[in-house]
Ligand binder design. Sequence first.
Ligand code: SF4
Length: 953
Amino acid sequence: MGLVPEIDYGTPHPRGLKGDTDAKMVTLTIDGETVTVAEGTSIMRAAMDSGVTIPKLCATDMLDAFGSCRLCLVEIQGRAGTPASCTTPVAPGMVVSTQTDRLKRLRKGVMELYISDHPLDCLTCAANGDCELQDMAGAVGLREVRYGMEGANHLGQAKDTSNPYFTFDPSKCIVCSRCVRACQEVQGTFALTIQDRGFESKVSAGMDEDFMDSECVSCGACVQACPTATLMEKSVIEIGQPEHSVVTTCAYCGVGCSFKAEMRGTELVRMVPYKDGAANRGHSCVKGRFAWGYATHRERILKPMIRAKITDPWREVSWEEAISHTASEFKRIQEKYGRMSVGGITSSRCTNEETYLVQKLVRAGFNNNNVDTCARVCHSPTGYGLGTAYGTSAGTQDFDSVEDTDVVMVVGANPTDGHPVFGSRLKKRLRQGAKLIVVDPRRIDLVKTPHVEAAYHLPLLPGTNVAVMTAIAHVIVTEGLVNEAFVRERCDWDEFQDWAAFVAEERHSPEAVEVYTGVPAADLRAAARLYATGGNAAIYYGLGVTEHSQGSTTVMAIANLAMVTGNLGRRGVGVNPLRGQNNVQGSCDMGSFPHELPGYRHVGDEATRAIFEDMWGVTLEKEPGLRIPNMLDAAVDGSFKGLYVQGEDIVQSDPDTHHVTHGLESMECVVVQDLFLNETANYAHVFLPGSTFLEKDGTFTNAERRINRVRRVMPPRNGYADWEITQLLSNALGYPMNYGHPSEIMAEIAATTPGFRNVTYQLLEEKGSVQWPCNDQAPDGTPIMHIGGFARGKGKLVLTEYIPTDERTGPRFPLLLTTGRILSQYNVGAQTRRTANSEWHKEDRLEMHPHDAENRGVRDGDWVKLQSRAGETTLRALITDRVSPGVVYTTFHHPMTQANVITTDYSDWATNCPEYKVTAVQISPSNGPSDWQEKYKSHSDLSRRIISVDAAE
Ligand code: SF4
């Protein structure tokens, strides 16, 4: 199995100041031992650090000290009473006793009261063996309970089982408030409260609602914090307490949270956020924490399948037949149509090692550069824009950096839905007083959420990002807010002067752009001043920046703002792309683009090619290959005939669905390697079953450039990890690969890629994770980029001329559609739709402003036809003022909606990233699904017919 030994959480402790090297030190005595700790440390923490354990219930290392359970009492010489050690700070010369007879008596009495109002069902309780109340009762020596509380207890309270993933049993609640505090302090949702007072007090979701009806976002923080079986995972109740665990990395979004996969035998019982995970610091969201059931979903395909025509039923075959058939098809196609007639698409869901192997297969096995990745359709402008400005195609900070931020500007991102764990960390910083600017057409949750309110929301019209960013620059320059010292040191001064003259032109002023951006000039001016003068300022942005015809220009406009205000090269500042998929950063790093070898080095560069030619033993093509849209164009033209797609669903995720399907239909061999028969598989001739992140070893690289280990939790149900399948295919094609473990692939990556030079699995075991660059100059990795200088030397300030998209509104299509994600679903929904997460989001809805809805006679919940110049679809309307008049919004998680049917084929000028965020549309009432959707559904059903090996024989 290759399971790694369980790694413990580390010693729990309430927070103190330990680790703050500037703090004054304090020496005291605890139980006769001299202890020296930082000033401000709690007595409980000091005691734990010196090896003394004080009983506790309401304290946990994830939460601020609370002092309510009355178990952690201590005696302090010269002081009256028995203060709580979790809330009492140390003082010089203090003499503390933690284990006197009096304290033991008091603790035992307190515990007796807890237990008297608690079911005495320890032996049958699902938490038996993992219950802090049980442990503490033992620790204080409680053997029997003298009090009966008949008629005045909480034992008869009804259990809430409404949440699909956990239960709430108030009869077991000791009202320690850990769940309430976790919801507030860690998650920042404030869904839980303590209702009533004294003995009547109880934990309540919302206004005494079921969990499912409340504001709860099912992040699991409350379940994790609960010291009893009050809040408990249903999977633990069903399967039993876990016996061992493996630390691994979430395979959903680019936050890259670390989890302990807790197992009972070979069965996964639960995923618990790992407290030592540097990206998530012990927190999680509903996807990583609970939505892993797709791994064993009945629709998962576990046997390879082939078919001659895409209208034929699938035929299950052996792995040997599938691989040799695929290899012979690719060979036949290359012999008939030429070397360039085939290509591959790597996956941002797969590991670095798997992605590296697919691009190696294409370059060395197919002998061309026809490889591309789904980053093409999301963050390719980030690579281009930040590479141009700073010399590195990645974000500048680590997530911890937000703790030192004074001003946060969120542009075209919705962190609480798209990157929830970072969203929670951000909200925490905002609750501590940091200021927030939101630049987004839609009123995302961050604009106003409990205890957080944006200082400015700039609700720009979709497609006007460049104008708004340049107008912010205009204010900074014309109001004298430039950090001249930083610019003189870090940028080319002449270039800066050209840039400053450009942005200072009156046509870039907030007043001039207000008319077409929709952003009030006064708000824009105030936001610009805040960004430039409010202290450490950080920009976080998402696909609302990149998926535009000027996506790369906006990234460079953002990069300009950070440079001219000096907000780079230290904690609390920077430019931070919030990467969508778990390994989108890694798939770009690994050379997935047709013009770049691993490490972002151009295929035309002879010296770089020589490194790989030596390593791979082949002569490499020096011309860039085809991008995904070019592959599809070439397929329609008849020159591109074979495609190997690993872990992507381009029919659902790429623009202009009709064009994508037409391209796929024109090919002779489409190979899809995935977990499920996805929409692209409808056009495939070979299906190779893929493996989940639970079934393989490797690494993911998150949005902070953090390389995190993925560890095998269980054997691959399909027989092979994805990297092994690529290797089998390569060998069958005649290009030998002989890796025994992904660590060997990483060794090859390190040997060929300067930013990964020192990365080894051993280093990752020792450090947990590292952020690239990790080489001789930065042996421990690089949390903050561009300290003291940019990777490219002088930072480059690019003139960012606003060029309106060709996609215009008019009488036929008067509204602008923009798209985004929702918390519970993920991308095209292949995984999350196969979990109980669908209970929160069963269908994509179209958000419309009440004014637009009324004009069209549309009511909330009505079916509407959504039409663009490219196509039409139908879905139901959600009437809300989250969107401005003239703007509509939908998600793209469900195949029957197919939002990309209506998006256009406009794309970013530099990278071809599709312009998903701006489509001119019209909306009209409808009776139900469109003809296209009905036809699509029947085609989809037809192509999914499978003849099993047994049935075929
Ligand atoms: Fe997974 Fe992202 Fe949620 Fe973390 S925030 S648990 S990485 S989906």
